[in-house]
Design a protein around this ligand. Structure first.
Ligand code: GDP
Ligand code: GDP
Length: 466
């Protein structure tokens, strides 16, 4: 028995990226229906599937010519049938442009339908631009920074809009264990390919080369117990430059490329050499990318040998480990959320631990904390501790998690004045203490929340929030 598929209706003013988003959701699964002359229905109706949930997607932008699409009421009139049948509405906006009067009017009209409304704040092409999306909380409680063009943030949007859709039973199990995309990055000769071989060749691992999108990018799938990992561009990991300088430069280029597709990066450092400026350079890119990071100090066997040679009497592996960790922490201050592991890819010492760690880090990255839990946490935080009275002039009313991968939190405050850096730092530490978030960067954005009810917001529509 087949049931009618739930439908997701995409609305928005011209040029915000509706059809780009539509194409991303629907991929090749466009249904071609030609029963209505005059409109090319194949452009606007499609079927999508997300984690075992199948649904219909309608791009209302395909319904009417551009000049009409600039008149909100016209959009709603033309799209009425689609909207009436919708299980979920998605208003696409251009995050870089901010809220335009047209966006505000469309949001107002859509809210009136009483249907669940999510905002896809589009053209957020890097995680750094995510805070741009926060402005749209003015229009809805569900705001998702996305890049329809590059795919960033689309997972979160899909998780949200399909949350109440039924799932086909056989896909349920598969969807429960998402694949983790892992990039192995680092300077030449630190042991990246040795580590890859070790991880791929680990007991109980089934290795299957997976053809990538380009001919020279070969991903490798590793299934281990209930978990699956995709090691990104294994051909690239093995690629060796001709000269030292070329190899060094290439390793940076590859790191940046691999980070783009990764959830978790294993940043490999040669422990026998210590931390070099080349390592720090790559680490900087890893941090900027917003990916989760695990610091892998490799060649620990060699580091121990060298230490023993230097100082026969006093060399003590435990002591060396502690000293080393301190050194690494000092050099990679900006990656203080990243766990550090000491391994030997050559002997296999402790490499097995990496899988468990990748799982933990990947889970933390995807984690969503409910608004209720977050605000219970906020009320428990002793804000007088670690912050100055001046810093506390900015009052935090409440907090909500806007997105995951990496987690971003919106702080609703009494004034636009940015929280003092040390205050934000304190909050982050407190948040990590309660909710872990191992290995993942955590971002905060601020929104002004006027306490008084019925207060008019900037664009003239009443501020509509809890
Ligand atoms: P529509 O009129 O709302 O259907 O918008 P389109 O999907 O045709 O996109 C309008 C323009 O925005 C096109 O030039 C797209 O390439 C561009 N665009 C769409 N999505 C993104 C995005 O995520 N990032 C950037 N930078 N541009 C985008
Ligand atoms: P890549 O350029 O980062 O991929 O580095 P490779 O995996 O090719 O390793 C460079 C060299 O370091 C090779 O000679 C490896 O055998 C060696 N190597 C890799 N891992 C270890 C390790 O854990 N201990 C020791 N002693 N040597 C290692």
């Amino acid at each position: 028995m087949t049931q009618a598929k739930p439908s997701v209706v995409i609305v928005g003013r011209p040029n915000v990226g509706k059809s780009t988003l539509f194409n991303r959701l629907v991929g090749q699964r466009r249904s071609i229906v030609t029963d209505e002359p005059g409109i090319t229905r194949d452009r606007i109706y499609g079927t999508a599937n997300w984690r075992g949930r199948t649904f219909e997607v309608v791009d209302t932008g395909g319904l009417l010519p551009d000049e009409k699409a600039a008149i909100p009421r016209e959009v709603l009139r033309q799209a009425r049938m689609a909207i009436e049948a919708a299980a979920q509405l998605v208003l696409v906006t251009d995050a870089r442009a901010g809220i335009t009067p047209l966006d505000a009017e469309l949001a107002r009209l859509l809210r009136k339908t009483g249907k669940p409304l999510a905002i896809a704040a589009n053209k957020v092409d890097t995680t750094r631009q995510e805070p741009l999306a926060a402005a749209f909380y003015e229009l809805s409680d569900a705001v998702f920074p996305v890049s329809a063009e590059h795919g960033l943030g689309v997972d979160d949007l899909l998780d949200h809009i399909t949350r109440d859709f039924g799932r086909e039973a056989e896909e349920e199990a598969a969807a429960a264990e998402p694949l983790v995309n892992v990039a192995i990055i680092g300077r030449p000769n630190v042991g990246k390919s040795t580590l890859l071989n070790r991880l791929a060749g680990a007991e109980r691992a089934i290795v299957a080369p997976e053809p990538g999108t380009t001919r020279d990018a070969v991903d490798m799938l590793v299934h281990r117990g209930e978990h699956s990992y995709r090691f990104i561009d294994t051909a690239g990991i093995r690629r060796k430059g001709k000269t030292k300088l070329v190899a060094e430069k290439l390793s940076v280029v590859m790191a940046r490329k691999h980070l783009e597709r990764a959830d978790v990066a294993l940043l490999v450092v040669d422990a026998s050499e210590g931390v070099t400026s080349g390592d720090a350079n790559i680490a900087g890119y890893a941090e900027k990318s917003g990916r989760s990071v695990i610091l892998v100090l490799n060649k620990w066997d060699l580091a121990l040998q060298l230490a023993a040679k230097k100082d026969k009497e006093k060399s003590n592996p435990r002591r060396l480990l502690a000293d080393y960790e301190e050194l690494v922490r000092a050099r990679f201050k900006f990656l203080d959320y990243a766990p550090v592991v000491f391994v030997s890819a050559l002997t296999g010492e402790r490499t097995d631990k990496l899988f468990g760690l990748i799982d933990r880090v990947a889970e933390a990255r995807r984690r969503r904390i409910s608004t209720g839990e977050l605000n219970r946490w906020l009320s428990d935080v002793d804000l007088d501790r670690g912050t100055s009275p001046a810093a506390r002039k900015v009052k935090i009313y409440y907090v909500t998690q806007a997105s995951s991968s990496p987690p971003m939190f919106v702080l609703f405050t009494n004034q636009a004045h940015r929280l003092h850096f040390s205050y934000e730092r304190f909050l982050e530490n407190q948040l990590r203490e309660r909710f872990d978030f191992l290995g993942t960067p955590v971002r905060f954005v601020q929104r002004v929340k006027k306490r008084e009810p019925r207060r008019r917001s900037l664009n003239g529509s009443p501020a509509r929030r809890r």
